[in-house]
Design a protein around this ligand. Structure first.
Ligand code: ZN
Length: 478
């Protein structure tokens, strides 16, 4: 048994039910669980009274302590193809058509290296739990390749086994070359659940199942995947939904229904389901999300980059919909900065409904931080993360607020964390283990990783260009 005490934080943001913010805060962790928290002086007095000495103390003077951030939607492999089409302002379908041929050239090593890089960047931004959506498995790649990267870095991981089966020849969007056979997809879902899924409290790894979207899998695969997931406790369902107007049109033409009613007809609503995006629900669909307790992952940067629209996060929250936050794939965000994403969520909700009068319900900094912590935990079905309370998982992050970015923001340090320029974590503890200290990921040679990653990225882009996709790749400068 070992105890770690983090003390003297400027502010400790608990996100508990009273939303306590404790000045001069301290958190005591025993192994991988939070044992006690409170004012540093008082907590030390209690330790002395009980004759307890922590095995290690970390002085967090000059820092804000917050619960580890939760990223609920991502495609880590897309770090390999950042900056393609995003500079030009492509919309989702055009952007996807441009990238599919490049992604088709990935292999196991590319998946592993990109996951390692994407996770490292996310962790540096303050993420301690990450859900990823991997739906392409070319050239022998497997979900195992990103799981290996997550385990090495020590991040709490919710990888989802994605899939695409509705290729162009069947009326879908992706080329047939990146689609898989449905019986193989389902067998591999069973395999990864058996091999990796841990439904226990404080789990470091839970598998989800995630057919890619209505425009890339068949209704049969959606139905069978839901049935398969529901045979295994704690295996949740995930997909993209209601992301663009184009998708609404596709669903109406192909299935005679809008995206959410279509998913409902397939058994894809419920508290074990979460949808990425949900930019375009109508009022009845917001009610349906709330009534079925289906979750939503808001991805503001991606929605802005691909010109998808503004998700009605305020309305969904007011109706009781569970909402978390995600950076989405690194190629439709081009960043893995989750604290910055919370800032984007706050700003986008404000700009979406401008007005001259000050409104009490305007999206606040604290509400944005809640999306990135408690919101994400709820979406992933976890009551053991998302807040700092005794008995919860020992996942927390310290951001320095004594630097240039926060100079002058002492009036409200917590709001300043969101309203000032996003900073990286100075300290991150996951499952009781410090994984970032002094702003560096413990044991990681980051420059070497960036080099390895860029070599993989260049191999893919050049390979696709040589295969005759020059027209599609006209925006890439190689
Ligand atoms: Zn996505």
């Amino acid at each position: 048994m070992s105890r770690l005490l983090i003390e003297n934080a400027e502010v400790l943001v608990t996100m508990d039910s009273a939303r306590r913010e404790i000045e001069n805060g301290a958190v005591l962790m025993r192994d991988n669980v939070i044992e006690m928290l409170g004012d540093s002086v008082e907590l030390n007095r209690q330790l002395d009274a009980q004759g307890l000495q922590p095995d290690r103390r970390i002085d967090a003077r000059g820092c804000i302590l917050v619960p580890g951030l939760v990223n609920c939607h991502h495609h880590l492999y897309q770090t390999l193809t950042r900056g393609i089409g995003t500079g030009a302002g492509k919309s989702l379908f055009d952007w996807l058509r441009m990238l599919y041929p490049i992604w088709a050239l990935m292999d196991a090593e590319a998946i592993y290296i990109s996951a390692r890089l994407g996770l490292a960047e996310l962790m540096l931004s303050g993420a301690t739990t990450v859900a990823d959506h991997l739906y392409l498995f070319p050239n022998g790649a497997r979900l195992d390749d990103e799981i290996r990267a997550a385990r090495e870095l020590g991040v709490r991981f919710h990888p989802t086994r994605g899939s695409m089966s509705l290729g162009q020849s069947l009326g879908g969007l992706p080329p047939d070359s990146v689609c898989e056979d449905e019986s193989h997809i389902l067998a591999d879902c069973e395999r990864v659940i058996a091999e990796f899924h841990d439904p226990a409290p404080l789990s470091m790894l839970r598998i989800g199942l995630a057919p890619c979207s209505p425009f890339s899998v068949t209704p049969e695969l959606m139905r069978k995947t839901a049935a398969l997931a529901r045979r295994h406790p704690g295996v949740r369902l995930h997909t993209h939904l209601a992301e663009t107007i184009d998708e609404n049109r596709f669903c109406e033409e192909q299935f005679g229904m809008r995206p959410l009613p279509y998913m409902q007809s397939l058994g894809w609503t419920g508290d074990d389901v979460w949808f990425a995006h949900m930019v375009h629900p109508n009022a009845a669909e917001i009610d349906l999300l709330a009534a079925t307790q289906s979750g939503v992952c808001h991805c503001p940067s991606s929605n802005m980059i691909l010109a998808s629209g503004i998700a009605p996060v305020r309305e969904m929250r007011e109706h009781g919909v569970r909402i978390g936050l995600g950076v989405d794939g690194s190629a439709s965000n081009d960043a893995n900065q989750l604290l910055g994403e919370a800032r984007q969520a706050m700003l986008l909700q404000r700009v979406g409904w401008p007005g001259f009068e000050s409104r009490a319900d305007r999206f606040s900094a604290r509400e944005a931080l809640e999306l990135a912590t408690l919101g994400g935990a709820a979406v992933l079905g976890r009551d053991d993360i998302g807040s700092l309370e005794a008995g919860k998982a020992a996942d927390l992050v310290a951001y320095r607020v004594d630097g240039i970015e926060h100079a002058g923001a002492g009036g409200d340090r917590v709001a300043g964390l969101l309203t000032c320029a996003p900073v990286n974590a100075w300290l991150s503890v996951i499952n009781g283990q410090p994984v970032i200290e002094q702003g560096e990921i413990c044991g990681l040679d980051l420059p070497a990783l960036v080099q390895q990653h860029n070599a993989q990225s260049a191999r893919l882009v050049q390979g696709a260009a040589q295969q005759g996709n020059r027209h599609d790749l006209s925006l890439i400068h190689i």
